[in-house]
Design a protein around this ligand. Structure first.
Ligand code: CA
Length: 252
């Protein structure tokens, strides 16, 4: 999940970057109005933390530009100007939340989770496609009720596709979302193939009924089983629990 921080105060920006990176977000930053406009024109984000008072312009105008470009990002306004006018204008321009400075970093994290939950999942705690269930707040993945261990980038790739089932995704867009904006400078995308191969193997071994298919000459697409049933379990005896229908039971 990728976040853009637009904030001109270096020490605050740095502590937000560090905190959110520890929480395993891919974090990008812009320190002024002009570089923020460049970022939103060139890349997509899941959530944007937007300061209003920037040295060369207003964050509210960035918000207008985001909506004009129909960018899908959730937006949280972060501003020292705790005036009612800014708050109302920001929310009317389509911001999802407003957090006055100073704030606790734990509250910032909670607000981000809440905005993304509302924005991308209609308020649901999990993303469900086929028999795969992904809990973004805790970065857990289950296949037919059994937890599956994924490495960080494998999880990030799966999250990206589960948020966009049946959408074709080109390799460069996927790489930017999972590795960060700088990756568009890469000579090739061999690292994407390598992670994708591992993720597919793990999904296959766990008997997931979704599949990430290569689309020749373009990228990938997550293909869900017909009807996308909610992840479900069968009944297993004794101390074991959920399993894939007809597959082995797994122990709790
Ligand atoms: Ca500022």
């Amino acid at each position: 999940m990728k976040i853009l921080i637009v904030e001109d105060e270096p020490s605050l920006r740095e502590i937000m970057v560090q905190t959110l990176r520890r929480e395993q977000y891919v974090v990008e930053q812009a320190s002024d109005y002009a570089s923020a406009l460049e970022k939103i024109a060139g890349y997509d984000y899941d959530c944007i933390l937007l300061d209003i008072m920037l040295p060369d312009g207003s964050g509210l105008r960035i918000l207008e530009e985001l909506r004009r470009q129909r960018k899908p990002a959730g937006v949280i306004i972060i501003s020292a100007r705790d005036s009612l006018d800014d708050k109302v204008e920001g929310l009317e321009l389509g911001a999802d939340d407003y957090l006055p400075k100073p704030f606790h970093l734990a509250e910032l994290s909670a607000r981000i989770r809440s905005v993304v939950r509302r924005h991308q999942r209609d308020g649901q705690q999990s993303l469900d496609v086929g028999n795969v269930r992904l809990y973004p707040d805790s970065r857990r993945v289950e296949v037919a009720g059994c937890e599956v261990e994924l490495l960080r980038k494998e999880y990030d790739i799966l999250y990206y596709f589960m948020s966009r089932p049946n959408h074709m995704v080109d390799k460069a867009t996927l790489a930017e979302a999972v590795w960060g904006d700088h990756i568009d400078q890469a000579d090739n995308f061999d690292f994407v193939y390598a992670q994708m191969k591992n993720l597919r193997r793990r999904l296959h071994d766990a008997q997931a009924d979704i599949e990430i298919r290569a689309v020749y000459g373009f990228g990938y697409k997550l293909v869900a089983p017909w009807g996308w049933p909610i992840a479900s379990c069968c009944t297993c005896p004794g101390p074991s629990r959920c399993c894939w229908r007809g597959g082995p039971c797994c122990s709790t």
